[in-house]
Design a protein around this ligand. Sequence first.
Ligand SMILES: Cc1cc2nc3c(=O)[nH]c(=O)nc-3n(C[C@H](O)[C@H](O)[C@H](O)COP(=O)(O)O)c2cc1C
Length: 381
Amino acid sequence: MDIGEVTKNRKLEHILLTVERDVESREHTLLKYVRLVHNPLPEADLDDVSLEKEFCGHKLEVPLMITGMTGGHPETGKINHKIGILAEKYGLAVGVGSQRAAIEKPEVANTFRAMREAAPNAFIVANLGAPQLSKGYGVREARKAVEMIDADAIAIHLNVGQELFQAEGDPYYSRVIEKIVEIADSLDVPVIVKETGAGLSRETVRTLYRLGISCFDVSGLGGTSWIKVEGIRSLGTGHPTPGELSDYWGNPTALAVIEARASAPGAYIIGSGGIRTGLDVVKVLALGADLAGIALPILKVLIKGGLEAASKYLETLIYQIKASILMAGGRRPEDLWRAPLTLWGRLREEAEARGIDTVEYLSRTRLQPLLVRSGWLPMKS
Ligand SMILES: Cc1cc2nc3c(=O)[nH]c(=O)nc-3n(C[C@H](O)[C@H](O)[C@H](O)COP(=O)(O)O)c2cc1C
């Protein structure tokens, strides 16, 4: 079987496994240590609340992204088509999964294009993996991925844990920073650097932000664990098993958002990894993210209940977000950056242990994107 065929079938296997098996980490996002203070007198009506959000120069109707999952196999084209329909209907941002399969086998490009065909106006994110950059991909392949789906941005995903525990994995990460910067400098759409469930860190975001990268998807620990997925897949192959790494390796989502915002005051930040409810969404936004990102729950609901069930899930989520913004005393997603918030327990201790003054963070740092975007603060300090 050639490499394109292997990539294509692995994609299908990943989908079946993530939908049917328990692949989420036992460790949580740490969002349970965040509370938005209830405002019993919000002095606004539900109709005054608008979820509109500017993201990388585009207007979204809701501060949500369905992050990249799939494409490559004919069956996955149908999923991408449905995700496109949801994006167009609700005005959310969406992404395709790694386009490596279509770079290697152009005849499967239609499984990625299916999303754009269903969503001519949506913000769609292309996707390539860092190991491919290390092994030789560069500006040419990134441009191909963008053009393939007329993308508004391209995500470069970091997945070192996944590659390490995939029996046929590619744990190659040298020269990736250089390649990411080259791609960002050459393309005319933004590059989003994203993790895949183990969380970006303060150091990584700071390094990349200083080099000019200004979009990050933290994809933290607390949701889908790719170490766990590959651990299950490689059982019986003789490849070393991950053990506790399946559940406990990574930077939890709440902490990853705080670390990313502390390192990149003007960046667009997506808070993702284990986001499951409207309350999770408003918590990551209040911590400093621009959007919340969701992957596995959308895939599950689409596969098990189709478009109707997925629409219902999203409508409930959107209502919960609106309701929470009103109960926090706000009218817009950005108001959550000013909303009173408490952090305690492990989240606070870990943030402090990472050198972040949480009082300063809540009162000033998480507001910085407003100041940078309105020109009051420079992009880089
Ligand atoms: C079936 C599946 C396939 C995925 N494939 C990709 C991918 O190709 N590229 C990528 O950047 N992330 C991929 N991801 C990672 C997600 O975008 C997301 O970062 C991660 O699953 C954490 O979010 P969650 O807890 O909401 O699932 C995939 C996730 C799932 C569930």
